[in-house]
Design a protein around this ligand. Structure first.
Ligand code: PAF
Length: 283
């Protein structure tokens, strides 16, 4: 039988519960989420469980990382099944504030990340995004004060941004990346996959196929520009509208021109109908 996690919805309740959890020198891992949990989130929770004695999962659909034209209103909210999944995983505490708790009246502070946050990838298409993410993750880190925090590699630029922020602001949190979990056909798991129509769902794995094929070619020493052009062709031919398909330095996200420029990562964002998908692969 799984034990129900404790649930905190106010900052004082969170701190009271954490004080109890931290007794006897427990280490605390935080898994920040926006809910609509899938097997990818479960893998983050399991990594947290292996790396710390207490696991806190936050569920908060953060309004400040959505542009007015984006899907904040329709973002899937599945509290009941989320809570059941977290209970089955033995999570100790769910931190589930509402928007008024996170951003009370008069809230007037924003973290504006630079570096990887201005790499001209996601930030080119979602200029509001990393400021919203950095601000909410900065708050989550100071509220929960975890020893470590687990983020999925699927949002690779986000992982780089929060890693840098934790370091720059001396937040005392070790940020750990966790590998992307995929459907059997290769599509990266995402809460937004539910938006895909059945026809779009059939096309969606092409993104991962293009990533894999391009990574294979780069590893084999093929020309970078020709390889990337081949990947773009595959994606566009499948009916995607491409935002970017780029190879970058895996650490800094700076552009790379040749194989010897350091560890590489290929990153992609593309739209199928109204659904925007992102993914990436190590070279
Ligand atoms: O990756 C996400 O789900 C969100 O961007 C995060 C990190 C929970 C911040 O709202």
């Amino acid at each position: 039988m799984s034990r129900s996690p404790m649930i905190a919805r106010t900052v004082p309740a969170l701190h009271r519960t954490l004080d109890r959890l931290r007794a006897r020198k427990a280490t605390v891992a935080l898994v920040p989420t926006m809910g609509a949990l899938h097997d990818g989130h479960v893998s983050l929770v399991r990594l947290a469980r292996r790396r710390a004695s207490r696991v806190v999962v936050s569920i908060f659909v953060n309004p400040t990382q959505f542009a007015p034209t984006e899907d904040f209103g329709s973002y899937p909210r599945t509290w009941k099944s989320d809570a059941a999944r977290l209970a089955a995983e033995g999570v100790d505490l769910i931190w589930n504030p509402d928007a008024g708790t996170m951003y009370p009246d008069g809230f007037a502070t924003r973290i504006v990340p630079e570096g990887a946050a201005t790499a001209n990838l996601e930030d080119r298409f979602r200029p509001h995004f990393f400021g919203g993410v950095a601000t909410v993750v900065g708050k989550l880190f100071t509220q929960v004060r975890p020893n470590l925090a687990i983020f999925g590699e699927k949002d690779f630029q986000q992982l780089r941004v929060v890693t840098q922020m934790a370091r720059d602001l001396d937040l005392g949190v070790k940020v750990v990346g966790s590998p992307t979990v995929r459907e059997r056909d290769g599509l990266a798991m995402s809460s937004r996959n539910v938006y895909l129509s059945p026809e779009e769902r059939l096309k969606a794995p092409v993104l991962y196929r293009a990533l894999k094929e391009s990574a294979r070619r780069l590893r084999a020493g093929d020309d970078v520009a020709a390889t990337m052009a081949g990947g773009v062709e595959m994606i566009v031919a499948a009916g995607f509208v491409l935002d970017y398909f780029e190879v970058r330095h895996a650490g800094t996200l700076a552009p790379v021109g040749a194989r010897g420029d350091g560890p590489m990562r290929i990153l992609v964002a593309a739209r199928l109908g109204n659904t925007r998908l992102i993914d990436n692969i190590a070279v």
